[in-house]
Design a protein around this ligand. Structure first.
Ligand SMILES: Nc1ncnc2c1ncn2[C@@H]1O[C@H](COP(=O)(O)OP(=O)(O)OP(=O)(O)O)[C@@H](O)[C@H]1O
Ligand SMILES: [Mg+2]
Length: 297
C-alpha cells in the first residue's frame, strides 16, 4: 500500500472513530460499528482505491441510503447485491457523482478516490467520470459509428495527438473489451447495429478507452443472453488486473463468479460485507441469509 493511501485510511478511521471492528453481541462475528449503525463484516481493506464513510443519500425528503461506510480495494471486483429498491444503484452512482444529475438528490458524507475527496468543490466532474467510468444496465452506444463511440472520449480528453494514435487506441480498447475481431471490418457502421452483447462490450471499450481507474457496472448483463453474459463475466475477470470494478447484480451466481467481495444492502442499509465465498456460504446476518437462500427478494 502506498504511504498516502495508508495515511488517508488511518486518518479517516481515526477521525470517524472506526476502531470498533471487533465489537459484536454475537461471539465470532465481526461488526463495524459507527454512528449507531452496524455493518456485519469488515468494511475496510488493506489496499483501498476508494474509501466511503457516512454516506447518506436523500431524494427530496426521502432517505435512500443510510450512513454507508465501505472501502473498495485496488484491483478487486466488489458486488453489490440486495432486493430491488435497497439502494445499490444509488450507492453506485455516488461513486462517480452520477447522482449530481438527479434533481432533488442530495449526498452527504465522504467518498475518496485515492486521497481525493470526490465531492470537493475543486473536483472537475468530467475528469472524475473519466477516472471512474460507468457501464449501464441497458447498452447505450452513442448514435455514432463503432469507431466514434470509442474515439470520442480520448479525443475530448486530449489523450492523443494524431489520427494514427487514435486509431491504435480505439483498436486496443476494442481488443481489451474482446470485441475487435467481431467489428474490425465494420468500424464505420453504427454502434447500434451491433447485437445487445456486442453493444455492451462496445460500451465497456468506450469506458476503458479513457484509461479509467475504476469501472462501475450497474446490472451490465441483465439484458443479455447467457453466452453474451459469459463473455462479459470473463472480461470482468481480465479487467480486474488493471482496474477496480464495482458491479451491481441481481444474479447471485454472477456475484459469486466474478467478485471477490460482496456487499449486501437492505432498505438503504449496508447490512453485511465480506469475502464473496463467506457471504454466500456462511452469511452472518439473518437478512443476508434470508436473501441468498431465496426467502426474501
Ligand atoms: N431519481 C429518484 N427519485 C426518487 N427516488 C428515487 C430515485 N432513484 C431511486 N429512488 C429511490 O431510492 C431507493 C433506492 O433506489 P435504487 O435505484 O438505488 O435501488 P436498487 O437497489 O438499485 O434497486 P433495483 O434492484 O430495482 O435496481 C428506492 O426506494 C427508489 O425508489
Ligand atoms: Mg438499481
Amino acid at each position: 500500500m502506498s504511504t498516502t493511501t495508508l495515511e488517508t485510511q488511518t486518518a479517516l478511521n481515526g477521525a470517524l472513530n472506526i476502531g470498533a471492528e471487533t465489537r459484536s453481541s454475537q461471539p465470532g462475528i465481526l461488526v463495524t460499528d459507527y454512528n449507531n449503525r452496524q455493518t456485519v463484516g469488515k468494511i475496510t481493506v488493506d489496499h483501498p482505491k476508494m474509501i466511503c464513510r457516512e454516506v447518506n443519500v436523500y431524494y427530496g425528503a426521502k432517505q435512500a441510503l443510510k450512513n454507508v461506510g465501505l472501502d473498495i480495494g485496488i484491483n478487486e471486483v466488489v458486488a453489490f447485491i440486495g432486493p430491488s429498491g435497497c439502494g445499490k444503484s444509488t450507492f453506485l452512482r455516488c461513486l462517480n457523482r452520477m447522482n449530481d444529475t438527479i434533481t432533488g438528490c442530495r449526498v452527504t458524507g465522504q467518498i475518496k478516490l485515492d486521497s481525493d475527496d470526490i465531492y470537493d468543490k475543486s473536483i472537475d466532474v468530467v475528469q472524475l467520470r473519466a477516472r471512474i467510468g460507468m457501464v449501464f444496465q441497458k447498452p447505450n452506444p452513442f448514435p455514432k459509428s463503432i469507431y466514434e463511440n470509442v474515439a470520442y472520449g480520448p479525443r475530448i480528453h486530449g489523450m492523443v495527438n494524431t489520427k494514427a494514435e487514435l486509431d491504435d487506441l480505439v483498436r486496443a480498447s476494442l481488443e481489451r473489451a474482446g470485441l475487435l475481431k467481431e467489428v474490425a471490418t465494420r468500424m464505420e457502421e453504427p454502434g447500434t447495429s451491433l447485437s445487445g452483447g456486442q453493444q455492451q462490450r462496445l460500451c465497456i471499450a468506450r469506458a476503458i478507452a479513457v484509461n479509467p481507474e475504476v469501472i462501475l457496472m450497474d446490472e451490465p448483463c441483465s439484458a443479455l443472453d447467457p453466452i453474451a453474459t459469459a463473455k462479459i463475466e470473463e472480461l470482468i475477470d481480465e479487467l480486474r488486473e488493471s482496474y477496480t470494478i464495482v458491479i451491481v447484480t441481481h444474479s447471485m451466481q454472477q456475484a459469486a463468479r466474478v467478485s471477490q467481495r460482496t456487499a449486501y444492502f437492505h432498505l438503504g442499509d449496508l447490512i453485511e460485507v465480506g469475502e464473496t465465498d463467506q457471504v454466500f456460504t456462511n452469511p452472518k446476518h439473518k437478512l443476508t441469509e434470508d436473501y441468498i437462500t431465496g426467502r426474501f427478494g
